[in-house]
Design a protein around this ligand. Sequence first.
Ligand code: PEP
Ligand code: MN
Length: 288
Amino acid sequence: MDSPAHRPGARRRVAIGDTGAVVGDGSFLVIAGPCSVESVDGIGRIAESIAASGAGMLRGGAWKPRTSPRSFQGLGADALAMLAAARDQTGLPVVTEVLDPRDAELAAEHADVLQVGARNMSNGALLRELARTGRPILLKRGFGSTIQELLDAADYILAEGNEDILLVERGIRTFEPATRFTLDISAIPVLRERTHLPILVDPSHPAGVARWVPDLALAAAAVGADGVMVEVHDTPQMALSDGEQSLDLDQFRELVVSLDRVLEAVGSRRTVLDGRPGGSPLSVVPTA
Ligand code: PEP
Ligand code: MN
């Protein structure tokens, strides 16, 4: 069924704030960072390292959607200030998840991109409120949702006049217990046909363990995704959430080297910051 999210031909290019970064222009965006923002020093260390390794955006959760209310819930507004400080330090734009529509404006003041998590994909009130901030929205597929339902959710954002949407395949729940979720790699070519919106892959949440993350990330590059979002921590064994699936800083640096090889093979290139701190524009890494 046709919907506003279905506009084949004209691929949507999503500009990220005033950074000069563009997603969906044929280059490959690498988003990296911890599951949760845990401290100002921690997020600063991680941001510096991933920027040096070639990441183009920093991720970090301020409010965490945890299965149990007894698990770490995130540092909330304090984490937003820490993310903003890390952006000033490195020039990397930042993305963070919003759980409550009442936090939309505050989050939009600090973050360049607002994330809707898998558990909230179908939360129309949240989608509308985030869309109205005018910030680009990173919309994750629900783990029990079809590809069409993901596009229907994107229509809530488009209906508010916000066309800056990054779709994310992050794994769905199947009968297979060997991995945390089953990465639906088929969703990428299907979405490419059904929507003009950029499509990213999160290899961390489906893998569930760090050692499988690089292979899934490389598959995303090979299949033609517009980028990946990878969980990275400086001391994964100490992480307050999702440490098991987080790459350490060295593993992330090695992953970017491997990604560049795959991207070259498929005729694409990675988008990276040009190295100047403070909102420096993204530029395409020369392949020569
Ligand atoms: C996350 O990105 O840390 C997260 C909670 O992801 P998801 O919503 O895909 O589970
Ligand atoms: Mn996580």
